[in-house]
Design a binder for this molecule. Structure first.
Ligand code: CO8
Length: 372
């Protein structure tokens, strides 16, 4: 059996940012406009008035301070409230492939490889730009990679599930080098007009290069991984290709964007993740005290504080559980990979760490890595 090693990572970060203050100002202008336009219906009790959002609430409830987005102007326009992206012809790279390529090239450069060295591309993300051809195959072509490519979606856990799939194929010898890439344009499917969730997400793309271990391979050995799922409607998006077949097949309906029962998610997912991680560690003879760092899913600071305490059995020391969500918000599957990419350079051979993601499905993915 071969061994699989993470030899490179890449993070594409969109240039445009939206601070909480900018977001709240735009949301409140939208809410005032909505309330004025619907004044009669609101007075008659037929429509619910929109309350203002608040910077203080967002920071306290989530820890998020800003988010990166592909189009700030469209999101902040109170008459629009979603991104405006350029129409592209079928002969140009799609926007997901374009940002994925940037992240992949960073990962390849870090490992001293080129696209031609790669024989598997997995595009692992929460939503795909189109049904087919697979975005991954487009990325494969743009990279000049060989072998094969496919898309997979496990929402926030897409990247860790992708890493497990790629590592398993490397171990059995069916591929030699794989890129797991997560272009997450969450701004396209976030409901920016809903104050309960308008602050949650941001855009980014991450890539992880995984290679078969040779004598001189350096990086992070994938010691083990575990994936788990359990069906829940508490995080859901009903958009899809059967939409026009429904009697009420409208496009601008609340459930065509991201929806969640945030409190329920919090209460149900936390025990599931803590149990999953502790079982994974125990089955593979790794003590939580052996882990130098946890690179957790980046949805909510309180969630990460809770998990850090559950896994380590004590309050994490500074740097043991780095967050990036204050700068990026929740970037779905990319979050734990951004944390890993930005906070792993100080590892020395023998150091162990845990990458862990969780979210819609529900889904949980955990990967134990060792610096070699
Ligand atoms: N400003 C002011 N007040 C607000 C706001 C706001 N923006 N929003 C809500 N409030 C009010 C509420 O109305 C409520 O008022 P009241 O007490 O009078 O009823 C009060 O504040 C408290 O509201 P909540 O109970 O909702 O607040 P919480 O403390 O629970 O925090 C969170 C809300 C931050 C959403 C929290 O519940 C949370 O983080 N939950 C878990 C979220 C999570 O991790 N979800 C995972 C989803 S990600 C995923 O799986 C990927 C999906 C695919 C990607 C999709 C991309 C778009």
């Amino acid at each position: 059996m071969q061994q699989a090693v993470i030899t490179g990572t890449g993070v594409f970060t969109p240039e445009q940012t939206i601070t909480n203050a900018e977001l709240v100002e735009s949301f409140n202008a939208y809410a005032d406009r909505f309330n004025a336009e619907n004044a009669d219906a609101i007075a008659a009790g037929e429509v619910t008035a929109k309350d203002h959002s608040s910077v203080e609430f967002i920071l306290k409830a989530s820890g998020i301070e800003q988010r990166h987005v592909m189009d700030k102007a469209g999101v902040l326009d109170p008459a629009r409230m979603y991104p405006r992206l350029r129409q592209r012809s079928d002969d140009e790279p799609g926007i997901m492939a374009e940002i994925a390529l940037d992240a992949c090239n960073q990962a390849l450069k870090m490992a001293g490889r080129t696209g031609e060295d790669v024989d598997l591309v997995i595009c692992a993300a929460s939503n795909m730009e189109r049904a087919y051809p697979a975005v991954a195959i487009e990325i494969q072509k743009l990279l000049g990679a060989g072998g094969f490519a496919f898309d997979m979606n496990v929402a926030c856990s897409s990247a860790t599930f992708g890493i497990q799939a790629a590592a398993d194929m490397i171990r059995t010898g069916s591929v030699r080098r794989a890129l797991v890439v997560s272009p997450e344009i969450t701004s396209g499917h976030l409901e920016w007009r809903d104050r309960d969730c308008h602050f949650i997400f941001g855009d980014v793309a991450t890539a992880t290069l995984i290679e078969r271990r040779e004598d001189d391979t350096q990086g992070f050995l994938i010691r083990s991984s575990r994936c788990a799922t359990e069906f829940s409607n508490n995080i859901r998006n009903n958009n899809g290709f059967l939409r026009r077949t429904r009697p009420d097949g409208v496009t601008d309906r609340r459930d065509m964007q991201f929806m969640q029962e945030g409190r329920k998610v919090f209460k149900e997912v936390m025990p599931m993740v803590a149990h999953h991680v502790l079982e994974h560690l125990s089955e593979t003879d790794v003590s939580p005290q052996d882990l130098r760092r946890l690179w957790l899913h980046q949805a909510n600071k309180t969630m990460n504080d809770f998990l850090g305490r559950k896994v380590l059995g004590r309050d994490p020391e500074p740097g043991e559980q780095p967050n990036i969500l204050q700068d990026y918000a929740n970037t779905s599957s990319a979050g734990s990979i951004i944390a890993f990419a930005k906070h792993s350079n100080d590892f020395t051979p023998g150091d162990l760490g845990l990458i862990c993601s969780f979210g819609a499905g529900y889904s949980v993915g955990s990967v134990v890595v060792e610096r070699i």
